[in-house]
Design a binder for this molecule. Sequence first.
Ligand code: FDA
Length: 578
Amino acid sequence: VEPVVETDVLIVGSGPAGASAALALSTYGVPNIVVTRYASLADTPRAHITNQRTMEVLRDLGVEQEVVAQATPQHLMGNTTFCTSLAGEELGRVRSWGNDPLVQAAHDLASPTRMCDMPQHLMEPVLVDAAVARGTHLRFSTVYKSFVQDADGVTVTVEDRLRGDEYTIRAKYLIGADGGRSKVAEDAGLPMGGQMGVAGSINIVFDADLSKYTAHRPSTLYWVLAPGATVGGIGAGLVRNVRPWNEWMIVWGYDVTAGAPDLTTEYAESIVRRLVGDDEIPVTIKSSSAWTVNEMYAETYSNGRVFCAGDATHRHPPSNGLGSNTSVQDAYNLAWKLRLVLDGMASPKLLDTYTAERAPVGRQIVTRANKSIGETAPIFEALDGLSPQSPEQLWANIAARKDATEAAEKQRARLREAIAFKVYEFNAHGVDLNQRYVSDAVVPDGTPDPGFDRDPELYHQPSSRPGAKLPHAWITAGDRTLSTLDAAGQGRFTLFTGIGGEGWVRAAEAVGLDIATVVIGPGQQYEDPYGDWARLSEVSDSGVLLVRPDGYVAFRYATAVRDAEELLGGAVRRILGR
Ligand code: FDA
């Protein structure tokens, strides 16, 4: 069959990964088509925690405000509560998602953005609408079937479910953003580590006014420790807020070896009753579905002209809320590279840096998310509630913590510690922001890796070392205050320098690549009134940082030099693989 449709990039899937890839590519002016299996975007809340790095990506792509307008704000996310049911006894809380005052300060220092709770069924339309408005062609009810690639492109067969026939699309590159059961990744033969189906989970979406049990301790998540809650799933029953305080989703485990239970409305209602603990409240079940907890990551994210992103390459439980965040960030990493290669500015070698940079992140988050499940067990242990036993025994253990005995005091301490340890799931600011890329698209400056001063999973540590994300500092341009991140991005490389750095600015103009220049200092285009930039830049005023379109530092030099043109030119050629 002759190809009937041609494009530069064909994207399979309209989830967070595919929609962000489309949005970034269209923003950069790269022609692209999205095909997606169903007749609509996600119809259930699915992923929701949206971290600062994702918000930075969305800010650069011009949709941050749309997301903020629809999301549940950070201050309503933060009282992760452990209880026997919403109406039952409370065992303790964690100030989470940046709501601890010290962590909140760290969030404010780290980024111009705030994290928020943006359910996937609200997020996808924002991304897709903007992508389509900027040029993406979107085909619903269109299923990817197979691909064949050659030296110049990829020929993809898709099925039009409306017409019931198949046709082919010829693209220069194919992105498989087709989720946790990715056929593109399978057909591309991407090597995978880990395993699928390690535990079973059920999602139940329902309407109920639960403000009586939640508005005074506003949170995204309420964890219910009840008999049976350690089976499968994520290690406890979870009541998750979708919209404050009348739309909800419950996550409840099942024994994966026994198969998913029959998901009748009666079954769903019985789980809701059990976790809410108040039969008087009217409940309307909207949907229920079964899924499995996976622990898998691809070792390589591409094969020739085929690239995978999102759950196609990393599959893990929702703990730490990393799934959709990592998917958006994968797409953002890939998009500018494709653009430069398609424009002929970079060699296709640049595309190899996609795996080099993102596969370690994928492996890290899969491991982190699964570890977080295991870290719920000590809470049950503190109540002697892990071993098989009667429900009566668990209730008795929970009651015993109120006794005025030495044993009960020890138990209270153990419980407090076990709950506080969940900070690795609910406040892992370092996991969100500390990625350091090592690849050919980063030029090391010869300085030794300083490592991390504090726990790299919990604490963000800014750095301007090549491979780190550009540090955020508030700078000014006249009466406008903006982040250093705002001065970078928008699809371009950006050169940051200061007084005495004219040589670097001239070098940027001579290098033959569209590089924006940002000069910061008294009387310059940008000023640093708080001294934040001086504190964070780690180079002298006449030094330089070259920042990639995705906001990562690609090259730095501490001072002015005579041969700036040669040095910068060499760095750019190396990054672009020329
Ligand atoms: P995603 O799965 O979102 O998108 C895949 C896209 O590819 C879809 O548009 C799909 O229709 C399309 N597609 C698949 N095969 C295709 C084919 N052959 N042809 C054409 N199109 C095809 N995470 C979390 O943090 N908290 C949560 O509670 C949940 N809950 C949850 C529930 C359910 C039911 C699912 C499926 C997933 C979750 N997740 C989650 C995970 C989270 O949704 C996930 O990490 C991100 O959506 C990943 O984004 P992607 O874009 O990679 O895949």
